[in-house]
Design a protein around this ligand. Structure first.
Ligand SMILES: [Zn+2]
Ligand SMILES: [Zn+2]
Length: 152
């Protein structure tokens, strides 16, 4: 974690930002659980006690971290942005969104260069991708109670 924080500090400095305690705390939440997709509200909930900061600070910080390429913003079409750690060596993945519970999971997917071939995009150079699939997670298909209502 120390190494990641150091890296983040350097990247921020290159862009003339300082790694404040609050920024570091937010970055750490995401870097600690690289496969979790947090909403700004969730990050605010975890960091609020130790670091007094408002939700707007969380949003501003997330925007900076995203701009610098330390994290990625994910939009799955429900109007709520989610954020995930964007490690340099993160393998390409797509997102699976449960239509019942709203859970977001990851699955591996072909790299942009491979998608270039799969899509036969001869006249378009693909360099990044963002794929979202919708369906139902295992918990929601298996538990009968989840079929009635669901949480959100
Ligand atoms: Zn589900
Ligand atoms: Zn992800």
């Amino acid at each position: 974690m120390r190494e990641l924080v150091c890296e983040a500090r350097m990247k921020l400095r290159d862009e003339n930002y300082r790694l404040t305690r609050q920024r570091e705390a937010i970055f750490e939440v995401l870097a600690r659980q690289p496969r979790v997709h947090f909403t700004a509200q969730e990050i605010h909930d975890v960091t609020r006690e130790k670091h007094q900061m408002g939700l707007s600070t969380v949003y501003r910080t997330l925007a900076i971290l995203e701009e610098i390429g330390l994290i990625r913003k994910l939009d799955v079409g429900d109007g709520v942005s989610r954020y995930e750690f964007d490690g340099g060596d993160a393998s390409p993945h797509c997102h699976l969104v449960c239509l019942r519970c709203g859970g977001v999971m990851e699955a591996s997917c072909p790299a942009p260069e491979e998608m270039q071939v799969i899509l036969r995009a001869d006249r378009f150079k693909i360099y990044d991708q963002s794929m979202v699939f919708f369906g139902f997670c295992q918990g929601c298909t298996e538990s009968p109670s989840a079929l009635v209502g669901g949480q959100r």
